[in-house]
Design a protein around this ligand. Structure first.
Ligand code: C5P
Length: 332
């Protein structure tokens, strides 16, 4: 039984996709995909208050965030209470820092933060497999936030495997204020595939090509403890250049860019900066750039903001820091 009232704050980190290959549309309507998810330090804050009584209440100052049962935090809280077979009054306050519908997994991450915050407030834990099941029920890119760091996503994106962590890269996020609908982007992809008469075999070939590229990248010389330049930023730069060389990219770009040329322009602007690797995240609208040094990222952000493009800087967050910083107090 929880004490009369308990309040827990949880940092709800963003993610980017490093490469995303879309495969065939399955019978359940979802698409087979392969991606590398990478968590970022930039985060919303989810405050979970548990008290006597019943009912789930969501509070958020950002009017774009729904406060009803469609909110991912609401849906998660409902499931966690049901799994524990208990009734409580739960109030979830969302402090929004991450772009809404930006392809950064904010709503998905908020759901996992709710789950973990609620567990802590109730002083109870769900078994790992149950956590994963509930997360996958909420959405395809929710389970990755139960792993954190560098994560391989397969299936419809909900099958997640920890990869060896990448070092922490400076990262720039540029988000045009257009919300890209993920289901619409998948539908546009289906139309594109139909127009080009791509076959099912072609889809699975692409999947194995992605696996090979990732394998090649993660086993390349920039990752081996020998044969790498001494300075850490040289190593970071070598890894990013290897990433570009392996040609790992995001399939959504081929349907999102023609529909939203302003997003393609953001990618072009970032490519003119010192970013080593530039890509759309998920189905957008965020375009991110990975940098080898923090001065270059600050310069690029200033230049984009001067051009009227909303830009934020952060760093990629390895797994150990993801878990360490999730419940820690203070600024990061
Ligand atoms: O899993 P999630 O609820 O985030 O998915 C939202 C929608 O995006 C799905 O209903 C489906 O239309 C589409 N989707 C898909 N294939 C995936 C993931 C999502 O077609 N792998």
């Amino acid at each position: 039984m929880a004490s009369a009232s308990m309040s827990i704050s949880v940092r709800s980190f963003a993610k980017i996709n490093i490469g995303l290959k879309i495969g065939t549309r399955r019978e359940d309507g979802f698409h087979e995909l392969r991606t590398i998810y990478q968590t970022l330090r930039l985060a919303d804050v989810i405050k979970v208050d548990v008290g006597r009584g019943v009912g789930i209440e969501i509070a958020c100052k950002d009017c774009r965030v729904p406060l009803d049962e469609s909110n991912t935090c609401f849906r998660m809280a409902e499931r966690v209470l049901r799994a524990f077979k208990i009734r409580h009054r739960v109030r979830i306050t969302i402090e929004k820092n991450l772009p809404v519908q930006g392809g950064l997994g904010a709503a998905s991450s908020n759901a996992v933060a709710t789950m973990l915050g609620l567990e802590k407030a109730l002083k109870r834990e769900l078994p790992p497999a149950e956590r994963l099941r509930l997360a996958a029920e909420i959405g395809s890119d929710v389970p990755l936030f139960l792993v954190g760091g560098t994560v391989l996503g397969t299936g419809r994106g909900e099958e997640v495997y920890p990869l060896q962590d990448l070092p922490s890269f400076p990262c720039l996020l540029a988000t045009r204020p257009v919300g890209v609908s993920t289901p619409a982007a998948f539908a546009d992809w289906d139309n594109l595939v139909a127009a080009h008469k791509l076959t099912v075999a072609n889809g699975s070939d692409k999947m194995s090509l992605f696996s090979q590229s990732v394998f090649e990248w993660l086993n390349g010389s920039s990752f081996s403890p020998t044969g790498v330049p001494g300075k850490s930023w040289d190593r970071a730069e070598a890894m990013l250049l290897d990433l570009v060389r392996t040609g790992i990219g995001n399939d959504f770009e081929s349907v999102v860019f023609p529909k939203y040329p302003a997003i393609r322009e953001v990618k072009r602007a970032l490519e003119r900066s010192d970013a080593k690797y530039v890509s759309l995240s998920g189905s957008g609208s965020t375009v991110y750039g990975l940098f080898a040094d923090k001065h270059a990222v600050a310069r690029a952000a200033k230049s984009l903001i001067d051009q009227g493009v909303p830009a934020l800087t952060t760093v990629t967050l390895p797994r150990s820091l993801y878990w360490k910083e999730m419940f820690s107090r203070g600024q990061h």
